[in-house]
Design a protein around this ligand. Structure first.
Ligand SMILES: Cc1cc2nc3c(=O)[nH]c(=O)nc-3n(C[C@H](O)[C@H](O)[C@H](O)COP(=O)(O)O)c2cc1C
Length: 159
C-alpha cells in the first residue's frame, strides 16, 4: 500500500498575515493528490510532527529585523533530529513591513543546517498578502507538493 505523504506547515504570526499566507500555500498543496497537510503554529509543534512529515513549510513575520523567536526556538529544538529532516523539500516564507527579505535570509540561514531541498523561490511578502502574492503562494505550494511526491526517502535498516 502506498502511504500518503505529509507536509507540515508551521509559522509564527502575531496579527495574522503570516497565518493567511500559510493558508494560501495550503490551498496550493491541496491541488496535488496524495499529500496531506498538518498546520500548526510553531509553538505547538512536537518533534514527532516534524519527524513524521515528508516536507515542510516554515514561515515567520519579521520581528526586530529578524524572525519571530517562536520559530527560532523550534529550529533549536530540532537539532537532535536533523538527520531525519535531511533532504526533505522545504518552502520558506516571511512577511514584514520592509524587512521581509532580511527575515527570509535569516530563516534560510537557520534552515540550512537541516540540509533541506529548498523549493525556490521562497516568498517574502509585505503585510497581508494581495492577489499576486496569493497566486505565487498557491503555485509554490503546488511545486512543493510535487517535489514531496517525487522525493525518495532513505530506508533505515535497524540491525
Ligand atoms: C514585535 C514586532 C516587531 C516587528 N519588527 C519588524 C521589523 O523589524 N521589520 C519589519 O519589516 N516588520 C516588523 N514587524 C511588522 C511585521 O513583521 C509585519 O507587520 C508582518 O506582516 C506581521 O505579520 P503577522 O500579521 O503574521 O503578525 C514587527 C511586528 C511586530 C509585532
Amino acid at each position: 500500500m502506498v502511504k500518503n505523504k505529509k507536509i507540515l506547515i508551521t509559522y509564527a504570526s502575531a496579527i495574522g498575515s503570516t497565518e493567511k499566507l500559510a493558508q494560501v500555500i495550503a490551498e496550493g498543496i491541496r491541488k496535488v493528490d496524495g499529500v496531506s497537510i498538518e498546520v500548526k503554529r510553531a509553538r505547538d509543534v512536537k518533534t514527532d510532527d516534524v519527524v513524521s512529515a515528508n516536507g515542510y513549510v516554515f514561515g515567520s513575520h519579521s520581528a526586530s529585523e529578524y524572525i519571530e523567536g517562536e520559530i527560532k526556538t523550534l529550529f533549536e529544538g530540532l537539532s537532535p533530529v536533523k538527520e531525519k529532516m535531511s533532504g526533505k523539500p522545504v518552502l520558506l516564507f516571511t512577511t514584514g513591513q520592509g524587512m521581509q527579505v532580511l527575515a527570509l535570509a535569516s530563516i534560510e540561514k537557520l534552515v540550512d543546517v537541516f540540509n533541506p531541498q529548498l523549493i525556490k523561490p521562497s516568498l517574502a511578502v509585505k503585510g497581508m498578502p494581495g492577489e499576486a502574492d496569493k497566486a505565487n503562494a498557491i503555485a509554490m505550494g503546488e511545486k512543493l507538493a510535487d517535489a514531496v511526491k517525487k522525493t525518495q526517502e532513505p530506508t533505515y535498516i535497524v540491525a
